[in-house]
Ligand binder design. Structure first.
Ligand SMILES: [Zn+2]
Length: 70
């Protein structure tokens, strides 16, 4: 099930993004993700502070996360 991090403060643009990880169970201890800020186009490192929401389907507008490191 995808993981969803709703309304996450983006250090690149200062706005809020809804971020999603399509396959969080592949890296259950993943602590570092990266995404591309849709506003500035720059890469951002994310270390989630809280557990994500689990959803059946992430919203189409959600920004995809890529796993960077455990
Ligand atoms: Zn941003």
């Amino acid at each position: 099930m995808p993981a969803l991090y709703p309304n996450t403060l983006c250090p690149a643009c200062g706005g809020l993004h809804t971020l999603t990880c399509q396959d969080p169970d592949r890296h259950p201890h993943g602590v570092e993700y990266r995404y591309t800020c849709p506003t500035t186009g720059s890469g951002v490192e994310l270390r989630p502070a809280a557990a994500p929401e689990r959803v059946i389907l992430a919203p189409a507008s959600a920004v995809p996360l890529t796993w960077a490191a455990d």
